[in-house]
Design a protein around this ligand. Structure first.
Ligand SMILES: Cc1ncc(COP(=O)(O)O)c(C=O)c1O
Length: 382
């Protein structure tokens, strides 16, 4: 266990304009909903940002010269995937990316396919662009969430242009295996779909025997793949607005850039410099974070599965636990837990009513307090 970094104590986020904490204002609700962490980012990121802030000039900024090379090296180091710096397309966030690809790779009225449950912008992005969101269910089998390829085959039509993949998966916490990704790649090739792979959680693999495999690293499928990435989940930087797409195919890349032109804002100076420091110097902090999250994950899995009416799954990656609350004898489980002092994310937003998502990226003392509140609430009605 790495003890160099501190995760047990964290700054008070009340009145810091945090979306996560402002949601409940002064109410005594522990916010475990939106996916950001209550930890300070890596010291190397804070140092780099401090230096940049002291410079004091925040004019128009391009990616620091060193950054593309640092990203290429980090992707080789972490995922054994060799990319070319020219494949990188900067954007301010992955949600922007999901909305841009919805416009770039399907025409009005055409279909974009994804599997549910899924992170809500996968469902809304096609709709915002007047494209049609088509869903197929994932299947839960023997305590694991799996792709249902029969359901995917039934859902795909002649109007389907794109498959949106979340890898690792929010909200089920699955790390997709080489076989599963290969089958998805074959599916996209068979139906001539652009494959958009949101890999924002790829730095958060908790299981030591699992490895993130970027789907675009599998071979020919790279020619139809747009990979969306960012250091923001792993290093807790979503407030800084820096993300990027990796697109090896020249035509796909040109289409993406054309769709963004004049509309998508460039990345800000602090976002670039934070990303540079995170990928270049942040590995020791990231490994310590993963140790801490692993213990939080084990705690959540043990405590939640012991609560009557609740069932959860092993979280292979991410800091998000997916909880089935359909057996809980209450009408609105989200509200029930909120009234008990714990704010969770509603499954209906993920196209899965009857489920809740719990973010366990916070100091263990706070997490334990939240789990105690949930348990006491469940016991009151059992
Ligand atoms: C799968 C996934 N994609 C994208 C995002 C958001 O990315 P961004 O903040 O860069 O828009 C999240 C945030 O939770 C996420 O879980």
């Amino acid at each position: 266990m790495n003890t160099e970094f501190e995760f047990d104590t964290a700054p008070d986020r009340h009145n810091s304009a945090s979306s996560k904490w402002e949601k409940y204002g002064d109410r005594d609700v522990i916010p475990l909903w939106v996916a950001d962490m209550d930890f300070r980012t890596a010291p190397c990121v804070i140092d780099t940002l401090s230096e940049r802030v002291r410079h004091g000039i925040f004019g128009y900024t391009q990616p620091p010269k060193e950054l593309p090379g640092v990203i290429v090296d980090a992707i080789e180091r972490d995922f054994s995937w060799t990319i070319d710096p020219d494949w990188i397309v900067w954007m301010p966030s992955l949600v922007v990316g999901l909305n841009v690809v919805s416009r770039a790779f399907a025409e009005t009225g055409e279909e974009i396919l994804t599997a549910v449950p899924i992170y809500p912008p996968f469902l809304s992005a096609p709709r915002y662009a007047d494209r049609v969101t088509v869903t197929a269910p994932l299947q839960e089998r023997n305590g694991r969430w799996l792709w249902d390829f029969d359901a995917l085959e039934q859902a795909v039509t002649k109007k389907t242009r794109t498959l949106l993949l979340c890898s690792p998966h929010n909200p089920t916490g699955r790390v997709w295996s080489r076989d599963e990704l290969g089958a998805l790649a074959a599916f996209c090739e068979r139906h001539n779909l652009v494959l958009v792979s949101d890999e924002i959680h790829s730095g958060l693999i908790l299981d030591r025997d699992k490895k993130q495999i970027p789907v675009a690293s599998l071979g020919a499928v790279s020619e139809r793949t747009v990979t969306l990435l960012s250091a923001s989940k792993t290093f807790n930087l979503p407030g800084l607005g820096c993300a990027f797409a990796i697109v090896s195919d020249t035509q796909l890349r040109a289409k993406l850039q054309h769709t963004m032109r004049g509309i998508v804002h460039h990345v800000g100076a602090l976002g670039y410099f934070a990303t540079l420091a995170a990928y270049r110097d942040g590995k020791p902090w990231q490994l310590a974070l993963l140790d801490y999250l692993r213990d939080n994950r084990d705690l959540v899995e043990a405590r939640v599965s012991a609560m009557r009416g609740l069932c959860t799954w092993h979280v292979e990656a991410t800091y998000l636990a997916w909880i089935d609350v359909r057996a809980l004898p209450v009408k609105d489980a989200g509200r029930f837990f909120e009234e008990a002092g714990v704010g969770l994310y509603e499954g209906s937003l993920f196209d899965a009513p009857g489920f809740l998502r719990l973010n366990f990226a916070c100091p263990r003392r706070l997490l334990t307090e939240a789990l105690d509140r949930m348990q006491a609430a469940v016991e009151r009605i059992s």
